[in-house]
Design a protein around this ligand. Structure first.
Ligand SMILES: Cc1cc2nc3c(=O)[nH]c(=O)nc-3n(C[C@H](O)[C@H](O)[C@H](O)COP(=O)(O)OP(=O)(O)OC[C@H]3O[C@@H](n4cnc5c(N)ncnc54)[C@H](O)[C@@H]3O)c2cc1C
Length: 515
């Protein structure tokens, strides 16, 4: 039986390994850490459990399709619950209704919006009522906006994301070409949203899902309004036990398919002969391989582990890539229940433009950053002791931003905690019984992450599909790449897709060598 080595056991590695095992390969996964999951590992401490990375479960259809590919269902592995409200947005205090200025200190009296937070309902009709209050007519416009977003979502899923992006010809079929003009590839998401809506809250709300894609709305193709469809129609879900339940489900499935896992195995190099990897070096072990799929950081493996003549890209190429942000994350356990907290809260109560500039232009530590808080214990009692709460805070910062010392982490924690405490109307600092954090230097240290990136490459037009780092090596015949730095991009659903796509290419090209 021919043997494949998959490097890394994040979502993309688990997916690729399972598809290869299903196709009949002897599949071995080598993982640096002691557990699977990569960025979605679980942190345990003082009877609290935290998802270390992803916390938003969107696009449930992609997860379902993944398990269906193996004759299984999501419900065979974990239970899903739709969140309602989907999430809360906290707005600035001095925000007006005009749509001209989002945050202006000289706005007073009746101009000021009186409510400072909005719970986004799962029900679309309820959401339309909120839009109507902000901007008369916006409810109807939302239907039209989402009808377009639906076409993009369906076309994206059926005609684009499951393609390996090795050649433009992949997109030249009649069906894709007939739909391509409706995808608004050359318009920005920002312009597209402004075509429909005037109110700053609506605009910001519709721009938010695009931020998952790691670029500014002005640099993100309007195609990605498909994310608004995912948000408002697909819904926000929670897997019982947290996102780590998805990891465990995929890990169990992989084992059922016969995949073998070796943990605490950091790949350090390869033996390459006649343009083929013959073996993979790992600590003091050597694993023979007929094929290799790398799901660890693309840049790291390509630039640090491969000899120069086998690299497809130069360091200058990598330096020019536009990275999605890195982030500063805090895992906090408190010994009381919070009265006002909900599962997901977005703090849009400071200037988006200023924070965006600090992330993408000046690449500096932010002054008053936007941030996000997840309190999974309000939905799931299993993640914190009875009467306690677990909180996850995330502050996006520029990729490659060094200086995340203990002092710096403390400084930002104090700042966002103060804003959070004001919002919920109670003090929590003295109730903290567990605290940990994760930042740039941890991304580099733990995941060999290029520039400490958290979510891979920004999804700009010039970093989409054929313009992404290739999923197949052009220098080594039996080396492939999967994960958030290649097609289709960052995020859990794209990583499930990435594993499937790459396994498909590897299989089709090596079918003759199959057992
Ligand atoms: C804080 C944070 C929040 C996020 N929030 C969301 C969200 O809410 N929803 C969403 O959909 N997505 C979210 N994402 C993005 C999503 O988590 C990632 O895109 C996805 O998990 C990446 O999976 P991957 O398999 O490509 O990479 P990884 O998860 O990084 O997996 C790569 C694996 O390779 C291993 N490895 C590295 N080097 C070696 C080596 N030399 N030898 C062996 N193994 C090695 C690593 O240990 C790791 O296990 C978030 C990410 C972060 C960091």
């Amino acid at each position: 039986m021919k043997k494949i080595i998959v490097i890394g056991s994040g979502f993309a590695g688990l997916s690729a390994a399972s598809f290869m095992a299903k196709a009949g390969w002897k599949t071995i996964v080598l993982e640096k850490h002691i557990t699977p999951g990569g960025r979605a590992r679980q942190l345990k401490g003082e009877d609290f459990r935290f998802d270390m990375g992803p916390s938003w479960y969107w696009m449930p259809d992609v997860y379902e399709r993944y398990f269906n590919a193996f004759g299984k269902k999501v419900s065979d592995y974990y239970t899903l619950k739709r969140l309602d409200p989907s999430y809360r947005v906290v707005w600035p205090k001095n925000e007006n209704n005009s749509g001209k200025s989002q945050i202006a200190s000289n706005i007073t009296g009746s101009d000021l919006l009186q409510d400072h937070e909005t719970d986004i309902p799962a029900d679309l009709e309820e959401l339309k009522k909120i839009f109507e209050q902000w901007e008369p007519g916006a409810g109807g416009k939302l239907d039209a906006f989402l009808a377009e977003a639906r076409i993009k979502y369906e076309t994206g899923m059926q005609n684009l994301v499951y393609k390996p992006g090795l050649s433009l010809k992949e997109y030249a079929d009649k069906d894709t070409l007939s739909k391509i003009l409706r995808l608004d590839i050359f318009t920005s998401l920002k312009k597209h949203i402004r075509k429909y809506f005037k109110h700053p809250r609506i605009r910001q709300l519709l721009e938010f899902p695009g931020l998952f894609l790691g670029a500014l709305p002005k640099d993100t193709p309007a195609l990605y309004s498909l994310m608004n469809y995912a948000d408002m129609i697909g819904g926000t879900w929670y897997p019982d036990g947290g996102m780590y339940s998805v990891v465990l489900g995929m890990y169990s499935l992989a084992q059922e398919l016969g995949v073998e896992f070796y943990f605490e195995m950091e790949v350090t190099g390869f033996r390459i002969k006649e343009d083929n990897i013959k073996s993979v070096f790992c600590n003091s072990f050597t694993f023979e391989a007929d094929l290799v799929i790398n799901s660890a950081d693309y840049n790291f493996v390509e630039q640090k582990l491969l000899p120069e003549k086998f690299r497809m890209y130069t360091s200058a190429y990598w330096e020019k890539r536009k990275m999605a942000p890195s982030c500063l994350v805090y895992y906090i356990g408190i010994d009381k229940k919070l009265k006002k907290a909900i599962h997901h809260t977005l703090f849009f109560d400071s200037s988006f433009d200023r924070h965006a500039k600090e992330i993408y232009k000046t690449k500096s530590w932010p002054d008053e950053p936007l941030f996000y808080v997840s309190v999974t214990s309000v939905t799931d009692r299993s993640v914190a002791p009875e009467g306690y709460e677990n909180l996850f805070f995330l502050v996006p910062v520029a990729a490659g931003l060094t200086g995340d010392t203990e002092e710096m982490r403390e400084k930002y924690f104090d700042r966002i905690l103060e804003r959070f405490e004001k919002h919920i109307g109670e003090k929590i600092k003295s109730s903290i019984v567990f605290k940990d954090s994760f930042a740039y230097s941890d991304f580099v240290e733990e995941y060999n992450s290029f520039k400490g990136n958290a979510y891979g490459l920004a999804n700009t037009l010039l970093q989409t599909a054929v313009f992404k780092p290739s999923c197949k090596s052009s220098k080594i015949n039996n080396l492939y790449f999967t994960g958030q730095l290649t097609v289709p991009g960052p995020g859990v659903p794209p990583c499930l897709i990435s594993g499937e796509v790459v396994a498909g290419v590897a299989n089709s090209e090596h079918l003759n060598h199959q057992p």
